[in-house]
Design a protein around this ligand. Structure first.
Ligand code: ZN
Length: 82
C-alpha cells in the first residue's frame, strides 16, 4: 500500500535537501521554497512552470519567501515543459 498523494498532473521534481515548502500553481506546476528555514535569511523560491525566481531580494527570511511564493503560485498558470 502506498501513501503517496497525487496532487499534480505533472511528475513531482526531486525534493532538494533544503526544500522548505512546495506549492502547486494554478495548473499543477511546482513552486519551491528552498533554504535553511525559519531562522535564516538565505531562503529563496523558484517556479518550475514559468521559471521565475525570487529577486529583490533574491534571498530572505522564510516568512517573506513563503508569502511571495504562495502569491506567485496563486497567480501563475505556466506548465512545466521539462
Ligand atoms: Zn510561475
Amino acid at each position: 500500500m502506498t501513501t503517496t498523494v497525487r496532487t499534480s498532473a505533472f511528475t513531482e521534481p526531486d525534493r532538494p535537501k533544503n526544500l522548505q515548502i512546495r506549492y502547486l500553481n494554478q495548473v499543477g506546476a511546482h513552486v519551491d521554497v528552498t533554504g535553511s528555514g525559519e531562522h535564516a535569511e538565505n531562503n529563496r523560491w523558484k517556479c518550475h512552470g514559468c521559471k521565475d525566481t525570487s529577486r529583490s531580494p533574491e534571498t530572505d527570511w522564510l516568512f517573506w519567501m513563503r508569502e511571495k511564493a504562495s502569491a506567485h503560485a496563486s497567480a501563475c498558470r505556466a506548465i512545466p515543459l521539462t
